[in-house]
Write a protein that binds this ligand. Structure first.
Ligand code: ADP
Ligand code: MG
Length: 392
């Protein structure tokens, strides 16, 4: 987001005064690299397959062109964003709402599983031009005849790789097929995979591929540390990190709902202010937990991967891998929760001897990728000068 990588400014982009005003309110001075590269193309109507690291501003990259397209006098659904999780759908809805602040008559509905259908029907009665949804729930509304996509101009798949990974290929395909052939199809993800390429190949017209390797300025500054430990020591290691008292906002990742619950209740018993999110917690509760965390009402959020995917919380200072993720990409997405929007972040992975093989695999994966990562040289030390833990 600096002059060296991004000469183009928001003012060069032929944006409406309403959008420019909203961007100003949001405090954005210059477009990020992915924004500079995709917004003009998307506004020209191109199909785009964009791959850019987490935290580089992809939501605004597709959000601005979408809002510039909206025909306010038309009541039909014109733009659809699909997202893999409820939290992400809500977050995209929030970001679009902020961008649309000065566009009078622009209506955005967010539809996701877990929320009562009647509430969503009310939102649909307001004739939204823009829908942000998880695939399953959107398809449900389509099957009930609540939504028609025949007037769709632009369709965005956010976190396309993850969404398709999560078994949404069929749903996503059906949704795309319900939109006009000539609609614009835009895919955004942090990493790519075969399913993304297949969707691109099947449904995009002359797609432009944009890969953004984060520039020095865009790149999340994440110092990564590995703590070699034993399973029964993990809680002590965790408490050591929490008691360091330098972090106001921390995310801890576990691999299972069970572990997430147990760790949260253990922390609570020890007097820490912690909450958790995972797939079995009712949606309304998850929304409250997330919004309280964003507002800084409590400092420690314990989460599973799926529940936390794509979520943007400003100022997460530290990510702790209590369990090592089973998928390499999850490591990237987990630590990507910190170091966002030009801030420094730190991650700690608690690694047992058994997990060290996984850690090596993760490292190889991270090194093989042209990644936005920043490896810091400092090593935390014990009082006697020995390294407290290894640093990647
Ligand atoms: P991604 O989808 O690439 O992971 P997000 O869209 O969630 O990233 O954006 C990450 C953060 O950066 C958000 O808080 C967003 O408001 C902020 N952001 C987006 N664009 C800009 C910009 N041009 N300048 C400063 N901050 C920005
Ligand atoms: Mg995103």
């Amino acid at each position: 987001m600096s002059e060296s990588t991004t000469q183009i400014t928001f003012h060069d982009m032929d944006l409406s005064k309403e959008i420019l005003r909203a961007i100003k309110d949001m405090g954005f001075e210059a477009p990020s690299t992915v924004q500079a590269r995709t917004i003009p193309l998307m506004m020209d109507g191109a199909d785009i397959n964009a791959i850019a690291p987490t935290g580089t501003g992809k939501t605004v990259a597709f959000g601005i062109p979408m809002l510039e397209y909206v025909q306010l006098q038309d009541d039909c659904v014109q733009e659809v964003v699909l997202a893999p999780t409820r939290e992400l759908a809500l977050q995209i809805g929030d970001e679009l709402t902020k961008l649309a602040k000065y566009i009078k008559g622009c209506r955005i509905a967010v539809l996701y599983g877990g929320q009562p259908i009647p509430k969503q029907l009310n939102a649909l009665k307001r004739k939204p031009q823009i829908i942000v949804a998880t695939p399953g729930r959107l398809l449900d509304h389509m099957n009930r005849g609540n939504i028609r996509l025949s007037g769709v101009h632009t369709m965005v798949l956010d976190e396309a790789d993850e969404m398709l990974n999560m078994g949404f290929v069929k749903d996503v395909t059906k949704i795309i097929e319900a939109t006009p052939k000539e609609r614009q199809l835009v895919l955004f993800s942090a990493t790519t995979n075969q399913d993304v390429l297949t969707i691109a190949w099947k449904y995009q017209n002359n797609p432009v591929e944009i890969t953004v390797e984060a520039t020095k300025e865009d790149r999340p500054q994440i110092a990564q540390y590995v703590i070699s430990t034993e399973q029964k020591q993990k809680m002590d290691n965790l408490l050591y990190l929490l008691d360091a008292d330098v972090y106001q906002r921390i995310m801890i990742f576990c691999n299972t709902k069970f572990m997430t619950d147990r760790l949260t209740s253990d922390l609570k018993k020890k007097g820490y202010d912690a909450e958790c999110i995972h797939g079995d917690i009712p949606q309304s509760k998850r929304n409250v937990v997330m919004s309280d965390f964003r507002k800084g009402k409590y400092p420690i959020l314990v989460a599973t991967d799926v529940a936390a995917r794509g979520i943007d919380v400003d100022d997460v200072e530290a990510v702790i891998n209590y369990d090592l993720p089973e998928e390499n990409e999850y490591y990237l997405h987990r630590i990507g929760r910190t170091g966002r929007a030009h801030k420094h972040g730190v991650s700690f992975s608690l690694v047992t001897f058994r997990e060290s093989v996984r850690m090596d695999e993760i490292l190889r994966y991270m090194i093989a990728k042209p990644l936005p990562l920043h490896f810091e040289d400092e090593v935390l030390r014990n009082e006697d000068g020995t390294a407290f833990f290894d640093h990647i």
